[in-house]
Design a protein around this ligand. Sequence first.
Ligand code: FMN
Length: 184
Amino acid sequence: MEIKALAICGSLRKDSYNRKLLALAKKIVADMDMECAELDLKKLDIPMYDGDIQEKGLPKSVLAAKKEIENCDLLLIASPEYNNSVSGVLKNLIDWASRGNNSFDGKVAAIFGASMGQFGTVRGQLHLRQILAYLNVLIVAQPQVYVWSCDKAFNSDGTLIDAKTADLLKQLIAGSVALVKCKK
Ligand SMILES: Cc1cc2nc3c(=O)[nH]c(=O)nc-3n(C[C@H](O)[C@H](O)[C@H](O)COP(=O)(O)O)c2cc1C
């Protein structure tokens, strides 16, 4: 069965730790012989959600993002935690992609994140779970993947120092793929 994954990073920063974590998730997906595209939010440069813009028609960047989301089976979302919630960039994408039709409807997502704090995006991921649940996105309950003190969490080759967290990421993706297969 062909499964298409779509990677999304909630940070625009070039040296983002979440981008590093997402790169590991993409590698796991590639090792499972699955296709994985990336929605590059920096390149897409989606405007801030504005109902007046929407009334004139969804912007091209939003239509492109919606198409990518609708074409995938599995979303891989790495988001930083900003002030105990998801990043504004990610929330803006979600808000736009839920307009017109809800592009997230019925998708499966694997969510994970890295932060400087000691809780490793726990609170941001709770919000993300809640937002995506409203949009009818399925997320496995366990395992949950949190990378804390992210500036000290990676080896120079981009792998995670903590083998247990690396394994949890694999388990999360395997569980999410199994959920996609159940749905298909
Ligand atoms: C606006 C803002 C709010 C932040 N809030 C939190 C927070 O609530 N919890 C936390 O652990 N780190 C917080 N941080 C620090 C981030 O964890 C850190 O900047 C991290 O490197 C961001 O992810 P990135 O490396 O993928 O860009 C915040 C950073 C910014 C810029």
